[in-house]
Design a protein around this ligand. Structure first.
Ligand code: GLN
Length: 446
């Protein structure tokens, strides 16, 4: 049924880059046989799902929506893909995204943009736009996205679905094609909070193949959903309600906060004073790491290689000039500049210091509050093409999501109403490794 729906709606939504039709049906048939044999199945067995195309899948093309990986078939699978496979989920295919996860609208895909199922003239957000649009359009029951500066939460809010960015280190990044390694984190996109808890349960945990994955115990997430939220203290950061926030978005989030209060939570206005520096610091840290991570695409070992080069150097140059899109090149140039000698201290080192200040803001807040509640994005989904000529205004779309990545915290975006007929998202930010509280609050609200 899901594959039939993909066939029907995806020519319009364009959420998929690869559909694994036959393998998916084969696996589904196997599950049918196991059910017929009376076997007891794990909770996610047989569930049709899809993965953002920056997660490696053995034998299945993985492009990162870039021309430079147009023919890349990984010889191994990401840990998350393997874990879900062991749960018995059925992979329907690989999802469209901004090239190398750089973007906020999905217009940076080298293949075709994703469209928002609520209004096909609008962007689904990004960079996990394929992951959120496919869930909103019933093309998969859940998907995995990745979030470096908001790329799960912002598109989840634009598409009216639930998107969770776990704590940095909670989910293995092994086999996730790197954008900015100190910020990237994989997480679930689902229709509701209970599904989010179930998928997180399946993918979380220490992985010896990822040295940054944390050896922290994984609690039973579904269990925590059942508790109420009476007396919980929630901080409402005033910097997230300042200029740039659309009135309709503010109204929807204000109403959601009222509802949390009526459920017994105690909400209080507070301050995260360094918020305004998060975005500029992010665009130094993320581009610096990207410029270094993307140095591996040289046309030698895998991926695209330009033809008619005269020597090795011209082969590198031609391959990278032809293989990378405009936004990726912009990031490589910015990052290379920030890391170059003479500028390193002024830009990169300073950005790292700012990052520490941002984390301290949150540390201090969590001495007083159990969680922080804010809008996910300052606006609802914008029109395709509206911001594509103006990278700065595009970058501002992640104003409220980026501080969370800089501090490595868990945060969820859940639907909380509409503005101009488009979904609005509310963001709940938690203490490190306290996804349980984030999920509990979201579930009680929902
Ligand atoms: N939109 C942000 C960027 O372009 C975040 C991307 C992401 O989270 N992958 O860098």
């Amino acid at each position: 049924a899901m594959l039939a729906n993909v066939k029907k709606v995806d020519p319009k939504v364009q959420a998929f880059l690869t559909v694994t039709g036959e393998e998916a049906l084969e696996k589904a048939n196997e599950v049918d046989k196991r059910i017929a044999a009376g076997e007891e199945l794990k909770p996610l067995t047989g569930i049709p799902m899809a993965l953002k195309d920056n997660m490696c899948t053995e034998g299945i093309k993985t492009t990162c929506a870039s021309k430079i990986l147009h023919n890349f078939i990984p010889p191994y699978s990401a840990t998350v893909a393997e874990k879900l496979d062991r749960e018995g989920t059925v992979l329907l295919g690989k999802l469209n995204m901004d090239e190398f996860a750089m973007g906020s609208s999905n217009e940076n895909s080298a293949y075709y943009p994703v469209r928002n199922p609520w209004d096909l003239a609008r962007a689904p957000g990004g960079s996990s736009g394929g992951a959120t649009a496919s869930v909103a359009a019933d093309e998969a029951l859940f998907t995995l996205g990745s979030d470096t500066g908001g790329s799960i939460r912002q598109p989840a809010s634009f598409c009216g679905v639930v998107g969770l960015k776990p704590t940095y280190g909670r989910v293995s990044r092994y086999g996730l094609i790197a954008f900015a390694s100190s910020l990237d984190q994989i997480g679930p996109v689902t229709k509701n909070v209970e599904d989010s808890a179930m998928v997180l349960q399946a993918i979380a945990g220490h992985d010896e193949k990822d040295s940054t994955s944390a050896a922290v115990e994984v609690p039973d997430y579904r269990q925590s959903l059942k508790q109420d939220i009476k007396g919980m203290r929630l901080g409402i950061p005033k910097e997230y309600f300042a200029s740039g926030l659309e009135q309709g978005v503010k109204a929807a989030v204000d109403a959601a906060i009222k509802q949390l209060e009526s459920l017994g939570a105690v909400c209080e206005e507070m301050s995260l004073p360094h918020t305004e520096y998060a975005l500029p610091a992010y665009y130094l840290v993320a581009t610096a790491e990207a410029s270094s991570n993307l140095a591996r695409y040289d046309g030698v070992r895998y991926g695209y290689r330009a033809e008619e080069a005269e020597d090795v150097i011209s082969m590198f140059k031609k391959t990278r000039s032809e293989g990378f899109g405009t936004e990726v090149k912009r990031r490589i140039m910015l990052g290379t500049y920030a890391l170059s000698s003479g500028y390193y201290d002024a830009y990169y080192l300073k950005a790292l210091r700012v990052r520490t200040l941002i984390r301290h803001d949150f540390d201090r807040a969590f001495e007083r509050y159990d969680a922080i509640v804010a809008p996910t994005s300052p606006t609802v989904a914008f029109k395709i093409g509206e911001k594509s000529d103006d990278p700065l205004s595009m970058y501002l779309s992640d104003l409220f999501t980026i501080p969370v990545n800089m501090a490595g915290l868990p945060a969820i975006s859940i639907p909380c109403g509409f503005d101009q007929g488009m979904p609005v998202g509310m963001q709940i930010i938690g203490k490190p490794f306290d996804e349980s509280t984030v999920l509990k609050l979201a579930y009680n609200y929902e």
